[in-house]
Design a protein around this ligand. Structure first.
Ligand SMILES: Cc1ncc(COP(=O)(O)O)c(C=O)c1O
Length: 391
């Protein structure tokens, strides 16, 4: 089946965080700015998801959700077929997204004042929820070798104080798009064991992997079952992040009880829209859509890389996964204020600022390229014009 990812969809004035808040957040005008920040895509959701919503609309009653057997079976099917991972139904929790899942892990498995290790630069919401819970963020910086991020366990070991209780892995990594190798994941497992840390693996980007790279779920690495929390979701893969739903998957029964108690204490129960859409997504038809989507995004990745790398001093990181380009401006000789000003004021593009991702992000901006090609091409022309004096 052909999918029309080029089809233009006007999202302005639809309560879209990405399109309707760029002026408030970055001063980029909503009327003619291009939003390349918030991590959602500008494409229609997959046909099976649309049909599931049509069916809900046909019935027209939007009551409480129950009987999750087929929903859990759909998750099991997806993880087995797409990721070679067998999940037990009783290990699956449904949260209000993975930021919510992360926050509940922090609350469940650490105490105020404990340290939570992040490999920075990394997805900014992790640090936000850790700090909001009164825990300490321990930033272990990734090394940049030959233009890609690598882990430096020797340096990280030396940083540990004994107060750390948890490490959060982002796999594939956001930003920078690394798909970690099995050896690297084994290194993370050994690090977690060495320092007796709960290991939370956020794998929300696991389906958006480009040819040549293979994502390995952390759950396939031996020896961490008794300290591992897996987090997955349909939301990034299928562009349904507004449903605010995701899965926290815990194999260890004791950890599962602790997490279940926390969820019960917070009164968390599922949003029926998210679960109905997730079940419709995790099907062979949904899988075919994802394959086509990744091919389209791969083409966008090439356009972004070619355009930005043609500007002297600007370097877009080579990515294995995600639609979030991570772009290094250090070679321009400009200050972060200056290159950010050019992107926001001259090019009128809203992007995520590197420092929000923690140590190592200072000279970077993050560009979401999951949009229609004509929009992406317009953005790249604006970028060349904004930095024309360097060319
Ligand atoms: C690594 C990572 N985790 C979680 C999220 C957001 O999760 P949710 O919308 O389910 O809270 C994002 C969004 O960009 C992300 O990149």
């Amino acid at each position: 089946m052909e999918y029309d990812f080029d089809r233009m969809i006007d999202r302005r004035g639809t309560h879209s965080a990405k399109w309707d808040k760029m002026e408030d957040v970055y001063g980029v005008p909503n009327e003619d700015g291009i939003p390349m920040w918030v991590a959602d895509m500008d494409f229609h959701a997959a046909p099976p998801i649309q049909r599931a919503l049509d069916e809900m609309r046909r019935i027209g009653v939007y009551g409480y959700y129950g009987d999750d057997e087929s929903y859990l079976a759909a998750i099991q099917w997806w993880m087995r077929h797409r990721h070679g991972w067998r999940v037990e139904a009783e290990s699956i929790f449904t949260t209000h997204g993975l930021v919510n899942g992360t926050a509940m892990c922090v609350e469940s498995f650490t105490a105020p004042g404990d340290g939570v290790v992040l490999m920075t630069p990394v997805y900014h919401a992790f640090a936000r929820v850790i700090r909001a819970a009164g825990r300490e963020v321990v930033e272990c910086e990734l090394s940049l070798n030959d233009g890609r991020y690598e882990m430096d366990f020797d340096a990280w070991d030396a940083q540990m104080t004994g107060r750390e209780r948890m490490v959060i892995l982002c796999s594939p990594h956001n930003p920078g798009g690394r798909v970690w190798t099995r050896a690297e994941l084994e290194g993370v497992a050994a690090f977690a064991k060495r320092h007796d840390l709960i290991l939370v693996s956020d794998e929300i980007h696991h389906d958006l992997v480009y040819g040549g790279a293979t994502h390995t779920p952390m759950s396939l690495i031996e020896g961490v079952e008794d300290r591992l929390v897996m987090m997955t979701a349909t939301t990034k893969t299928f562009n349904i992040a507004g449903t605010h739903s995701g899965n926290v998957i815990i194999a260890d029964p004791d950890m599962r009880n602790t997490f279940a108690a926390r969820m019960a204490g917070l009164g968390i129960s599922p949003n029926s829209f998210g679960l109905v859409m997730a079940e419709a997504a995790y099907t062979p038809e949904g899988a075919a859509w994802v394959d086509a989507l990744v091919t389209y995004l791969d083409g966008n990745r090439d356009i972004l890389d070619a355009a930005l790398n043609s500007i002297p001093g600007v370097k877009s990181m080579k990515m294995d996964a995600t639609y979030l380009g991570w772009v290094d401006f250090s070679g321009t000789g400009m200050t972060p204020e200056e290159f950010t000003r050019r992107v926001e004021k001259d090019a009128r593009i809203a992007v995520n600022h590197g420092p929000t991702f923690g140590k190592g992000g200072e000279m970077f901006l993050r560009f979401n390229f999951a949009t229609q090609r004509p929009i992406l091409i317009d953005a790249m022309q604006r970028m060349r014009a904004a930095f024309h004096d360097l060319q």
